[in-house]
Design a protein around this ligand. Structure first.
Ligand code: HEM
Ligand SMILES: *[C@@H]1O[C@H](CO)[C@@H](O)[C@H](O)[C@H]1NC(C)=O
Ligand SMILES: CC(=O)N[C@H]1CO[C@H](CO)[C@@H](O)[C@@H]1O
Length: 317
């Protein structure tokens, strides 16, 4: 009798200690029931005014999760004695910070010190994808905010010059399959890239070629003309930059991928069949994206006292 109670008690201990802080769908149900409504209203308002911010909000989530885990570290401002992630060249052109600040303020008014910035970023990305016509998916909440944001950690972000092997390896180290790499890259169905990110494909490409031979030649000519105006000129990843659709995969099939890291997914037979599948079947892309982005949202999540709930997303408490 006694031993069996002790055994039961021992079995319960890990549950007791992890239970309270673990991520869950209804994490804020009692403590901040309107947070989800505030996030969806604020995102919708912001995107109705500026549709291009949908891309910004999704990219913020990606950059947050790939550096130090999904812990809001991408939001922290630099200080006199710390250069933060957002000041890395890899971060250039990140946008959507003001929308996050706005949601945080509204949520703090209702339930101070309860909802983490990391959860706001993850849920804002979810709303942005849906606003743009993509899938709606439910994600666990309860991420805590990190206290570290250092420029040197952005080395963990993939460069647009990586080839398929390098991308598969890098995403593989984070636990993603090649198929998930393609699904996540589908995030580039939204938004734009600056010429600085792909101009290396347009001149003196290698010893044998002036432009990247896998790029459609009239597309290459059009891009060269566009980029004549400078590194900061922006080019859409596909024909429908504000719609979450299969346009990105169709572009890859036509040799009209903008980044080298995009087009390489079509060049490599290991990922080409996935690209072709998604180009043909939107429902399949949506389903795989949902699963992959949910998984991304759980990367190195901090729970309990591994983190905090920042009062201002731009600085640690
Ligand atoms: C596979 C490796 C990836 C590489 C090499 C990469 C690289 C880039 C680069 C270079 C840009 C353009 C930045 C600029 O020139 O200003 C960009 C934009 C963007 N990326 Fe990625 N990215 C990758 C994966 C992802 C993932 C997984 C997501 C989200 C699921 C994502 C979402 C975005 C979005 C939405 C934009 C457009 C941002 C805007 O218009 O404001 N990317 N990415
Ligand atoms: C990708 O790059 C690596 C190292 O940078 C190189 O060794 C490899 O041959 C390249 N792979 C492909 C498929 O081009
Ligand atoms: C190097 C660099 O220009 N970094 C930028 C990163 O993003 C922030 C926020 O948009 C910019 O202020 C930085 O200048």
């Amino acid at each position: 009798m006694i031993t069996s109670s002790i055994v039961k008690l021992l079995l319960l201990i890990p549950l007791l200690f992890s239970g309270a802080d673990a991520l869950s769908m209804d994490y804020y149900m009692m403590s901040c029931p309107f947070m989800e409504q505030i996030i969806s209203n604020t995102v919708n308002q912001a995107l109705n005014r500026n549709p291009g911010l949908a891309a910004g909000l999704l990219r913020l989530h990606f950059h947050d999760c790939f550096v130090q885990g999904c812990d809001g570290s991408v939001l922290i401002d630099s200080t006199n004695d710390n250069m933060a992630e957002k000041d890395s060249p890899a971060n250039l052109s990140l946008q959507g910070y003001e929308v996050i600040d706005r949601m945080k303020e509204l949520i703090e008014d209702q339930c101070p010190g309860v909802v983490s910035c990391a959860d706001i970023v993850a849920l804002a990305a979810r709303e942005a994808v849906f606003w743009a016509g993509g899938p709606y998916y439910d994600i666990p909440r309860g991420r805590k905010d990190g206290r570290r944001s250092r420029i040197e950690d952005t080395i963990n972000l993939p460069a647009p010059t990586l080839n398929s092997t390098e991308l598969i390896n890098m995403f593989g180290k984070h636990g993603f399959t090649a198929q998930e790499l393609v699904a996540l890259s589908g995030g580039h169905t939204l938004g734009v890239a600056r010429c600085a990110s792909f101009k290396h494909r347009l001149s003196n490409f290698d010893e044998a070629n002036d432009v990247d031979p896998v790029m459609d030649s009239s597309f290459a000519m059009a891009l060269s003309r566009t980029c004549g105006d400078g590194d900061d000129v922006r080019v859409a990843f596909d024909r429908t930059r504000n719609s979450f659709d299969t346009g990105y995969f169709n572009a890859l099939q036509r040799g009209m991928g903008v980044l080298s890291s995009d087009q390489t997914l079509f060049s490599d037979p290991r990922t080409r069949r996935v690209v072709n599948g998604y180009a043909m079947n939107e429902a399949m892309f949506f389903l795989d994206f949902e699963q992959a982005v949910t998984k991304m949202g759980l990367m190195n999540v901090k729970e309990g006292n591994q983190g905090e709930v920042r009062r201002n997303c731009r600085r640690v408490n």
